[in-house]
Each structure stands twice: as C-alpha cells, then as structure tokens.
Ligand binder design. Structure first.
Ligand code: SF4
Length: 488
C-alpha cells in the first residue's frame, strides 16, 4: 500500500491533452508529462486499460469517450490546452468536462489555449500570470512533495514521465501507416532551457515579457532510459524555448547541448536577427552551424519590416551554413477581417516579398497562419500558399501559380483522362477560360482561388502575378553570401 500524501488516502487523477482530443497536435503536452512525472515520483501508478491498481493512487491519460464512466471515479482531472481553436469547438469528452457542473469542481484547466487570444485590454496579463503559476499554486498538488522534499510541483525541475502516452500510441500505431508518425512522443527528451523573449510581438503569448530567462536544467528533462541492448530510448532532444539566442547564457547552454552528443533542435524557431544584432553573432552562427543539429535549421521571418536585418543575418548564416537546409517561419493572417481588402492585399504581398528574399538565399519558407486568416476576404488563398510553400518539393520546383495550375491538370488527367504536356501561364489559362475550355469542367479550388484573387485585385494583377511566378531555381544566388578571400 502506498500513500504519500497528507490525507492518507488514495487518489485517482485523470490527465487530458485537450489538443490531442481535437487531433490538433502530433507531440506530447509537456505540462502533462511533467504532471505525470510528479505523480510518479509521489508513488502514483500509471493506469492503463490493462492494469488494475486497487490499492494505490493512480494517474491516467484520458484520450477518448471510452473514459466517460471513469470520470466520476476520479478525484482530480487536469486538462491542458495549448491551442485556442481547441476550445472553440471542443469534442464531446472535453465539452463534458468543461460544462458538467458535478465534474467542473474537480477539473483544473490550464495552458496557453485558454487565454492566448485575449488582448491586453481584456485581461491577458492577469490570465497569463495565473496560468504560469497555476500548477505551482494548485491545492491538491501542494499536498504532495517535489524532488527537493518541499510541497508542490516545481515545473522547471520536474522530470517528465515520457511513458504517459505509451498506451495511446500503441493503439494509434495500428491505425497509422508510418511508424515515424509518433516519433515526437517516442524519440525525444523535451524541455525549455530558457523562457521568454524581449521582442514583445503583439500576436505572441510573450507580448508582455521583457527578456529570455533561464528555465530548466538540461539534466532535469534529459532522458537516460536505455533498451536491453544499451541504446538510448530517446536519442534526440527538442526544445520549446521562445527565443534561445536572446538569453545571455546561450553559449554555455549550447555547449551543454553539444556535450550530450545527442542531435537536438529548437522547435519554435530561432531568432535569426540576433546573428546580425548581437556583437557575437558570427560566433553564434558558427557554433550553431557546426552543432549536431537535428533536421532543418528553423528561424523566423515574421515581419517584412525586418528585411534589412534578416538579409544582413543571412549573409552571416549562409557563410557558416551554406549546405544544410534552412527554413523560416512566415507568420501571416494576423488581424484580417472580411472587409479590409487593403490589409489583405498587403499581407499576401508581404508573404511573397519575404519568400523572394528567402529564395535568393536558397532558404525555405514555412507559412504560419494566425487563426484570423479565416476572416480574410479570400481566406482560402492562405491555405493554398501554405500547401505550396510548406512542401519543399513544390516550393523548389514550381512557382505558386504552377502549383495551383498543376492541381487542375492532375485532376483532369486522373479523372477525365486529359493529358497535359506542359504547365500553362496565367494568360494562357485566361485564354482557355474565354474559349470555353472550362465550360464542361470544374475548376479545382487552388486554381479557382488564385484566379478569384487576381480578378478581385485586378489593378495590381501584374504585381501579384510576378509574385506568383517566383521560381526558386531562378532566384537562388550564392554570390549574396559568399565571402571573397582577402589578398593579405
Ligand atoms: S520574437 Fe518570437 S518569441 Fe519573441 S515575442 Fe516575437 S514571436 Fe514571441
């Protein structure tokens, strides 16, 4: 019998990854992993459908409606939600947890999804503050002990229980064709070495923060578990740091990561501007470029107004990292509304102006849409641009126009048996349209969207066509970053 709390009784706790219930995520929720680790450290057993622990405290991941009956038997249910859209249309289990009066007393809801959309005028600061300390202040968690022997969870230093999702994954793997689909749950140690940022972007949850500060120690989340052959179960590391390079400790922390010998990556993107703005930017670039980095290097190019500093930093970065793939998140869609055509045109133009810079430096883009994009006058164009830009095979080999047109020819070939020997220009498409070619054929959505856009903004048609015809292969220019060796 194991009772490790001051009430001398057993507890049964449910953990809910709200975004997972909505299929909105492909990686584990770090707050829940840490909560699970805390319960585990306090002698709770992880309960699965196979296990029956009558005489101990337990914690369990609730993943679908099959857990309905269990809800009444649980003492506490911790719900974590990262994305705001999850709460817009909650699935049945989540809606029940949030609305059922009896249950609501034991439900503890937190995470950025519960407040990220609030403006500063609507109480963002207070909600953020509450959320950042919610678990540390939680009455039930404060009846248990952390690894330092004090009461209450210490989120920074709490080791995650990386097995929390095991049962869910083993069931879901039978349904997914690729064994790599769940790699984020199985192959990585996960954490924050730093938190916060100084840039105060209005669309970001860090909009009121002032700096990047140290958070967990690497050893607090570095998994050491090995299989029976002695191989690390989780050989990689990924980090959720908001702006790692803004930390004054970036160098010792980077050295620590490198010293693990494990490939690592920063999932939120790195702030490339600091390579140009920091006095030690060249050293930053060199150390990062030579590290055992896992996957593509990802930076952010969120605002067109940063173009000069981004280009300056790109010249440094590409000098040290000319070959490895470099990708930039391209934020867009923020504060769009149904009636503001001007704002919409500008947003679309600025996406392509940023892509133009990236193509010249041989870099990939990755469209990150703020959910306001749904309110744009032709919102589907964001979806089509993301379908093109976020798939390197298309981005490298086709212009955006060609991508949209190819969707049509592919459909015609596979549905109507009409073969096309080349991709036509927009003007040739217009000619076909005028001549009745499409009278008896549907025009597929990507092509219809780009055509609707060019018709609506006819006065800027040539400009937008020049954007839509951008070709990676024609744009890339190594002379932009190559350094000419000095004669002395
Ligand atoms: S730079 Fe990134 S992390 Fe910092 S405030 Fe802007 S979006 Fe947020």
């Amino acid at each position: 019998m194991n009772v490790n709390n001051k009430h001398n009784r057993h507890y049964h706790v449910g953990l809910v990854d709200a975004d997972l219930l909505c299929n909105g995520t492909r990686h584990p929720n770090l707050a829940l992993l840490k909560l699970a680790g805390y319960f585990k450290d306090n002698g709770f057993m992880r309960r699965t459908s196979e296990s029956d622990f009558a005489d101990v405290s337990t914690y369990t991941l609730l993943t679908n409606e099959s857990h309905f009956e269990e809800l009444q038997t649980l003492d506490h249910i911790y719900v974590s939600c990262v994305f705001t859209f999850t709460l817009d249309k909650p699935p049945v289990l989540l809606a029940t947890l949030l609305k059922d009066k009896k249950l609501s007393k034991k439900v503890h809801l937190g995470g950025t999804g519960s407040y990220a959309n609030l403006s500063v005028d609507n109480g963002f600061a207070q909600k953020r503050e509450e959320d950042m300390h919610r678990l540390e202040n939680d009455a039930f968690l404060n009846t248990l002990k952390n690894k330092f022997g004090a009461n209450g969870i210490d989120m920074r230093n709490q080791m995650p229980d990386y097995h929390l999702y095991d049962e869910y994954i083993s069931v879901m793997e039978l349904q997914k064709s690729s064994s790599k689909y769940f790699k984020d749950y199985k192959e990585y140690s996960i954490g924050f070495l730093t938190r916060g940022c100084f840039r105060r972007c209005p669309f970001c949850v860090n909009k009121l923060e002032r700096k990047a500060v140290p958070y967990s120690n690497l050893n607090d989340f570095l998994d050491q578990e090995r299989d029976d052959k002695g191989r690390l179960l989780r050989p990689y590391i990924y980090l959720w740091d908001d702006n790692f390079l803004a930390s004054p400790y970036w160098e010792p922390l980077l050295d620590e990561l490198i010293a693990t010998g494990r490939p690592f990556q920063f999932r939120q993107g790195l702030d490339e501007r600091l390579l140009a703005q920091s006095k030690r930017g060249e050293e930053m670039a060199k150390k990062l470029a030579n590290a055992n980095y896992h996957g593509d290097f990802i930076f952010a190019f969120d605002n067109w107004r940063d173009r000069d500093i981004i280009e300056k930093a790109l010249k440094i970065w590409k000098h040290y990292c000319p070959k490895k793939e470099t990708k930039f998140y391209l934020f867009c869609g923020f504060q769009q509304n149904f009636t503001d055509d001007k704002k919409f045109q500008l947003d679309i133009a600025e996406i392509f102006m940023r892509i133009c810079v990236l193509m010249r430096y041989g870099c990939l883009g990755y469209i990150m849409r703020h959910e306001d994009y749904k309110k744009a006058p032709i919102s589907n164009i964001y979806i089509q641009i993301a379908r093109w830009c976020n798939q390197p095979g298309f981005y490298r080999n086709l212009s955006f126009w060609q991508f949209c047109y190819k969707n049509q020819t592919y459909w015609e070939e596979h549905t109507l048996g009409i073969k096309h020997d080349r991709l036509k220009t927009y003007d040739e498409f217009l000619e076909d349209l005028k001549n009745g070619y499409y009278d008896d054929k549907k025009i597929c959505l990507p092509l219809k969207t780009v055509h609707d856009f060019l018709v609506k903004f006819d006065s800027h048609k040539d400009l937008f066509l020049s954007f839509f015809n951008l070709s990676f292969k024609q744009m890339v220019n190594p002379a932009l970053w190559e350094r000419i060796p000095s004669k002395h």
